[in-house]
Write a protein that binds this ligand. Structure first.
Ligand code: GLN
Length: 302
């Protein structure tokens, strides 16, 4: 059978077999049967996706078809394409992922973009060397992207989950091997910032913020992401108060805390930031015009 025919059959199968609502909510990716089929077939054949699309008339061998069918069955069972491939692109770089970490979401790129903007203005104001910490790091996608984008920076990562830190450490090695990451990055096991020493000009975090009831719905839809990375308690806000208080202690004057939030949590998280002492607290919108990031500053006089 040709690549074209295999893709067409697989897309039809996926369109009928995957619940689009579950796929959209819990799996960290939009439901797109044709894209999913082509990513899985490209993986099977060891080709980049654009190479696959340039080979539509080639024949798929029986052995490759068997491997592809196994990947397709996993997708049909609701598993994320990122987990099946073992990788997800974030800010233009591949990040290794498995069931120990949340699949990086495109909207989290806003957190990185705002962090980079803040770092540049902090450096212009105060000079370096700059230290930055990413808490609840998961795969490390936020902190490591910042480290790759700003090579002079000293970056550390922390997570409560030892499994997540193992994935983050694998990403550090992979990015170093690719020449994307130049310096060393420390990984610390810590409940929020409790075991994180030192002071920082920037602290970032994408903590779990989905309320427990919605998390239950996501898991009943077949998601296999770690509950620890999603479930933010009854109202999804469980970690923000402690995180803001701990971050305030560890920031230097002029430093900032940037966190990702659920789209309905802007006002509540901004209030928790202000309670912790942060000034000029702002809520920023993602490309879908949803509230997605809260930023707060520690002022010089504090
Ligand atoms: N944005 C993710 C989702 O809706 C949740 C990420 C998080 O809890 N940090 O699935």
């Amino acid at each position: 059978m040709t690549v074209r025919k295999v893709l067409a059959n697989a897309a039809i199968l996926l369109a009928g077999g995957v619940d689009p609502d579950a796929a959209d909510v819990g799996l960290g990716e939009r439901f797109n049967p044709r894209l999913d089929a082509s990513l899985l077939l490209a993986k099977t054949l060891g080709l980049a996706r654009h190479r696959l699309l340039a080979s539509l008339s080639d024949q798929v061998t029986a052995a490759d078809a068997t491997v592809f069918d196994a990947l397709l069955s996993r997708r049909l069972a609701g598993e994320s394409v990122a987990y099946i491939l073992g990788s997800r692109e974030f800010y233009g770089r591949p990040f290794l992922v498995d069931h120990r970490v949340l699949v990086p979401r495109p909207e989290t790129e806003l957190l990185v973009a705002l962090a980079l903007g803040f770092l540049d203005s902090f450096a212009a104001h105060y000079g370096g060397p700059l230290r930055c910490h990413d808490a609840c790091t998961g795969s490390g996608c936020v902190g490591l992207t910042i480290a790759c984008q700003r090579p002079g920076l000293s970056v550390s990562l922390s997570d409560l989950s030892a499994g997540a830190l193992a994935v983050a450490a694998a990403n550090i090695r992979a990015l170093q091997a690719d020449g994307e990451l130049l310096g060393a990055v420390d990984c610390l096991e810590s409940d929020l910032l409790a075991a994180v020493p030192g002071t920082y000009c920037l602290i970032t975090a994408n903590p779990p913020y989905v309320d427990s009831t919605t998390t239950d719905v996501i898991f009943s839809g077949g998601s296999v992401e770690p509950r620890l990375a999603l479930d933010g308690g009854a109202d999804g806000l469980r970690l923000y108060g402690d995180l803001a208080a701990q971050a305030y202690q560890r920031l230097v004057a002029g430093g900032a805390l940037l966190v990702e939030i659920g789209e309905e949590q802007g006002a509540a998280v901004a209030a928790l930031f202000r309670q912790a002492g942060f000034r000029d607290v702002g809520v920023k919108q993602d490309l879908a015009d949803q509230d997605r990031v809260v930023i707060g500053y520690k002022h010089e006089a504090d």
